[in-house]
Write a protein that binds this ligand. Structure first.
Ligand code: NDP
Ligand code: 8X3
Length: 254
């Protein structure tokens, strides 16, 4: 049976690496993002390996998701694996200085986009009693850090939404997996630093971060364990990353 894999945010980073990983016999790919030119180039590269469809889709626009679903070719309508990957961080300012627009964009993309995609695909999975939803959250959803404010909170939503989906889907052959990557070198920091390449490069300076391929390999693996096995959540960091001691201010009472 050919599995249809729908990937959001397939134009770079984890999404693009997932497209390359799943591009093999037994799969067909639905690649979505806002940058259609990138998707078309990727599809041209992968079409020799498996069937690929691309669609411009902005997860922050409900209409974009509806028109995408309505225009899918009949043989691509039954999604077996949904990789809810589209997402972003904007800024690292402390909460009192952060831009409300940035917070709203993160919420619209990381939370509302992800639940819209899920709501659009899930009824079909339930009807067919078959499917796997993979939500990309982050270590930032579990562990606070300065400037993580709305980004981390949006990823905490994804983690709990993933667990709650499992409760609602009990009794169905539908799996839900939450993936929490740590520091990975993609376009993520460029987006977060709003195009300041120097600042973005500093994030990875003198480290060996995770690569997009590392994450794609993990995502592929969680879909290939036996059908009765559900990987609920998987947190992964590069070896060079760990936690730090509690921060304690010793000057406040001076
Ligand atoms: P990239 O910036 O390389 O990729 C992000 C992808 O999301 C792009 O393909 C982009 O496509 C897409 N995207 C952004 N906004 C929208 C939107 N409104 N509608 C549709 N697609 C959108 O970063 P990563 O690959 O690193 O990020 C992928 C996911 O992984 C994100 O959810 C991120 O939060 C998460 N993550 C990343 C980590 C890291 O260190 N890199 C660690 C932990 C989690 P386009 O612009 O073409 O629409
Ligand atoms: C991205 C990982 O640590 O930069 O979600 O927030 S981190």
């Amino acid at each position: 049976m050919t599995e249809t894999v729908l990937i959001t945010g397939a134009s770079s980073g984890f999404g693009e690496a997932c497209a390359k990983k799943f591009a093999q016999p037994g799969y067909q790919l639905l690649l979505t993002a806002r940058r259609l030119d990138r998707l078309e180039n990727l599809a041209a590269e992968l079409r020799g390996k498996c069937p690929v469809q691309v669609a411009k889709l902005d997860v922050t626009e409900a209409g974009s998701i509806a028109s995408f679903s309505n225009t899918l070719p009949a043989d691509f309508k039954a999604v077996d694996i949904l990789i809810n990957n589209a997402g972003l961080a904007l800024g690292l300012e402390p909460a009192q200085e952060a831009f409300l627009d940035d917070w709203e964009t993160m919420i619209d993309t990381n939370i509302k986009g992800l639940i819209r995609m899920t709501r659009s695909v899930l009824p079909g999975m339930v009807e067919r009693n078959h499917g796997h939803i993979i939500n990309i959250a982050s270590v930032a959803g579990s562990w606070p850090y300065p400037g993580g404010n709305a980004y981390g909170a949006s990823k905490a939503f994804v983690q709990q939404f993933s667990r709650n989906l499992r409760c609602d889907l009990l009794g169905k052959h539908i799996r839900v997996t939450n993936i929490d990557p740590g520091m990975a070198e993609t376009e993520f920091s460029n987006v977060r630093m709003k195009g300041d390449t120097e600042k973005a490069d500093k994030v990875y300076e003198n480290t060996q971060p995770l690569s997009a391929t590392d994450i794609a390999d993990i995502i592929y693996w969680v879909t290939t364990v036996p059908a009765h096995v559900n990987i609920n959540t998987l947190e992964v960091m590069p070896v060079c990353q760990a936690w730090s001691a509690f921060a304690i201010d010793r000057k406040m009472n001076d």
